[in-house]
Design a protein around this ligand. Sequence first.
Ligand SMILES: [Zn+2]
Ligand SMILES: [Zn+2]
Length: 255
Amino acid sequence: MNYQKKRATIHSVISKHLKGIIQITFPILVLLYFYFVDFSLSLLATSLVFSFISINFIGAVLHRVFAHKVVRIKSDFIAFIMAYLGTVYFTTSPRDWCGIHYLHHRYPDTDKDPHLAMRSWLILKHSTIDIDPDDLRKMTFFYRDLVTRRPVAFFSENFLSIMILNFFLFLSFGIDALIYFYFIPVIYAHLGEIISIQNHYVDGILGGVKTSDEHNGRNGYLLSLLVPFEFNHGDHHDRTMGDDLGNTLMRKLFS
Ligand SMILES: [Zn+2]
Ligand SMILES: [Zn+2]
């Protein structure tokens, strides 16, 4: 095995398991820190507000602007900042995320919906899925900004390195910064993702209003206010490019 191939293999193994590993280790490290080192209620409250704000960069910018392209950000500089804010607290590269999301919209609640394989109450993980070449072509078109637009593609191509740099960037501000402003927002983002995915599958438990016979997505499900831009998830499936509050806000902000 040559060096390049070995490196690619290690990367793909790490990336595949990274999500699960982080979802298990980050909460344990946070609890250990609270118990053995320090716990500040005011810092925790600030961190939760911060997490609530930062998750919107995934729900609004990564999802609506980069995946669905409800609007194109004109400035490359703003696109770069937005791509960073949409990926800084996540464990899925933007390109992977948008590809999975494309398949989720195209085949909701069927065997070809990758969310089905990611469904779990405890953790989400990436499993390998077979994608037929036709879907792969359409998928690449769906997230073409992530392939062709340099400031945005950068975060997909270098995702693992950027995650490692992020870790050390927060650590450079001290252990409190790492715990309260990196680990906790990452945990929050993944809880949000679990809630959003469970909304489709768990009849009755998260409640909400089912909007179509074509999919199980619901509006106003329990805990959806923790992920504000996903509150109307059922409607979003029915009218992806519609003038709902999230799309309208993105168009106002970036056009
Ligand atoms: Zn969507
Ligand atoms: Zn959905």
